[in-house]
Design a protein around this ligand. Structure first.
Ligand SMILES: [Zn+2]
Ligand SMILES: [Zn+2]
Length: 350
């Protein structure tokens, strides 16, 4: 297994490729050729994403023809189906940060299916490997291979042998033990097109008489494609641009408010990599840090559908105190990480 921060020997990228530089774009043609010559494309995904992006572009031109109800419906589907990934696949199944009632798990499994990013089983597998082997060859979306790779490129290629090796060592029996995760995985890929494209279209068509093609292209394709890219930003932008107030040693993960807004509170990624067991994935509540996924989990807890929410604020408090003492002692070399700006806000909200 490769060591931390060891780059893929096939790429020889330097630090400049971590931004959207001219060098990154100019590398794309040779990369396309390289993967063609080495037969490294995952054609199922390449074809699927091609369909998604072409139909989403058609959806942009249909926006002006849609009824206000359809536009509102597509907008509401953003959090509703997004929670299937953030609250469900990520915080519940991948990290087990809280426990949930069967009814909530059922809702999350269905909403996850409408924002399909692989099954929950595969998503949680990749995500656990990402946390265990961050920014090594085994990391499925290793951000040291550049923005494009960590955003979407990794999905277009066959899996790295190091990732496959890491998967063999991974315990994911808890995922398979959940019947809802198992059913969704066993039905893959037959439900995808219906859940992602045709079900939202039917709701708009039968619900308020929207033109079926408009509904399919806007509430289906365009909504899905936009959400997919918002989520992908957690793997790309939230490993490239932002502050690292909690941890500069374990990963390049950063705090990125824009990603947090677009991805329902998942952009507080430096805190999350430091404390992956925390159900909020951020230090503060919604009054300080945008985090509608935390808000949703808290509401579900009030309704009795969620319990056992884990927090890392006590662990972080200890680390913060240690840093203060080191600062007072003038020992800046032990932990040179600056305290987060948010620490100045005294009213911590949970
Ligand atoms: Zn990450
Ligand atoms: Zn995570």
């Amino acid at each position: 297994m490769s060591t931390k921060f060891e780059k893929d020997p096939n790429y020889n990228f330097d630090e400049k490729t971590l931004d959207l530089s001219w060098e990154m774009f100019s590398n794309i043609p040779s990369l396309i050729k390289h993967h063609w010559v080495t037969d490294n494309y995952n054609w199922e995904i390449v074809n699927f994403f091609t369909i998604v992006h072409i139909t989403a572009i058609f959806g942009i031109f249909r926006l002006k023809d849609c009824s206000p109800e359809t536009l509102l419906f597509a907008f509401i589907l953003w959090p509703i189906t997004g929670w299937g990934v953030t609250v469900g696949a990520h915080r519940l199944w991948a990290h087990r940060t809280y426990e949930a009632h069967f009814l909530l798990r059922l809702f999350l499994m269905l909403s996850n299916s409408m924002s399909y990013q692989g099954t929950i089983y595969d998503w949680a597998t990749n995500h656990r490997i990402h946390h265990l082997y961050t920014e090594t060859d085994a990391d499925p979306h290793n951000s040291t291979r550049g923005f494009f790779f960590s955003h979407i490129g990794w999905l277009l290629l066959k899996r790295n042998p190091a990732t496959i090796e890491a998967e063999k060592k991974l315990d994911r029996s808890d995922l398979w033990d959940d019947p809802l995760v198992r059913i969704q995985h066993l039905c893959d890929p037959y439900y995808i097109f219906y859940a992602v494209f045709f079900f939202p279209a039917q709701v708009a068509y039968y619900g308020w008489g929207e033109n079926y093609v408009n509904a399919l292209l806007v509430a289906g394709s365009l909504r899905y494609c936009a959400m997919m890219h918002m989520t992908f930003l957690v793997n790309s932008a939230a490993h490239l641009w932002g502050d690292r107030p909690y941890d500069t040693e374990s990963s390049f993960a950063v705090e990125n408010p824009i990603v947090s807004f677009l991805c329902l509170g998942e952009g507080w990624h430096n805190f999350h990599h430091k404390y992956p067991f925390d159900y909020a994935t951020s230090e503060f509540g919604i009054s300080v840090q945008w985090n509608v996924s935390k808000l949703f989990i808290d509401i579900m807890a009030r309704l009795g559908l969620v319990w056992g929410r884990k927090r890392a604020t006590a662990a972080w408090e200890l680390t913060r105190e240690r840093r203060r003492h080191q600062e007072i002692a003038g020992n800046v070399n032990i932990n040179p990480v600056p305290l987060p700006k948010k620490i100045l806000v005294d009213t911590k909200s949970d």
